[in-house]
Design a protein. Structure first.
Length: 263
């Protein structure tokens, strides 16, 4: 029984096609200005990878900030619920999920069965989000994927005076003018982000095991800095790309709905 999840985020869109708990195809792409265009393209590409058609899908769930603008879904589910469910599928032992998306950050606490107990979201400020890293990478003149690798080679991380994206940029420009290494500045950026995210995570009551979802989960510098601030190890997502966790959760919800309808 095939089902799908479509996660239209502010910066990236993701789609996952599943069949009885197996991923047949998944795609991550940069979001377009119009959510429905992003949804159409990412779903078509995922269907192509899965070698199936829209007509073969029993149920489709949409999630993400653009979930209410996806024309072909049967139901929309919040990204909080989808990331919790997707994380539980990826890391069955998870109790705390930290999702850092393009323009928000979420901390979710789950019970042993994967049911959501508590959550908090920061969507009012760019600090602690993927957008923060994107801006900082541009100031440094490096690729977004380089920040983590650079920070791991740091011997003396800088301290940013503020986690505010605007003031942090000014700090970084000053450090560049002072000939501070890119490695030490990158580590300072990772630490500033981790400090901000750790406060959010602690507010829901961090319990092990902890895992990260979203694109920033692939930034080794931020992950290691966050481990330091939380005082515990973060379990790495190995089975799939952590950026598709929300789409996986949406697809799992879709599979449940399809089975209910078939019963």
């Amino acid at each position: 029984m095939k089902a799908a999840g479509c996660d239209v985020g502010s910066l990236t869109s993701k789609a996952v096609i599943m069949d009885d708990g197996r991923i047949l195809g998944s795609v991550i792409m940069k979001s377009r200005a119009r959510p429905w265009e992003s949804a159409d393209e990412v779903m078509n590409r995922a269907l192509e990878k899965a070698n199936c058609t829209m007509e073969e899908l029993s149920f489709i769930v949409g999630t993400g900030y653009g979930r209410d603008k996806i024309p072909f879904v049967n139901e929309a589910v919040s990204e909080i619920a989808c990331h919790g469910k997707g994380a539980k599928w990826l890391v069955p032992s998870v109790r705390t999920v930290i999702d850092i998306g393009g323009q928000d950050c979420k901390a979710i606490r789950l019970d042993e069965q994967g049911n959501m107990i508590k959550f908090i979201t920061n969507d009012k400020c760019a600090s602690g989000t993927g957008r923060f890293l994107e801006v900082m990478a541009k100031v440094l003149g490096v690729g977004l994927d380089e920040l983590g690798r650079l920070s791991e080679r740091s011997g003396n991380p800088v301290t940013l005076a503020s986690a505010c994206t605007v003031w942090a940029q000014a700090d970084i420009i000053q450090h560049l003018n002072d000939m501070v290494s890119l490695e030490d500045i990158s580590a300072g950026i990772s630490n500033a982000m981790a400090a901000r995210v750790s406060v959010l995570a602690k507010s829901v009551g961090v319990e092990g095991d902890v895992c990260m979802t979203g694109g920033v989960a692939k930034n080794s510098g931020v992950v290691k800095a966050l481990e330091k601030y939380l005082g515990m190890r973060i379990k790495r997502v190995r089975r799939e790309d952590p950026q598709i966790a929300g789409a996986i959760g949406a697809a799992l919800f879709a599979m449940e709905k399809a089975k209910e309808g078939a019963a």
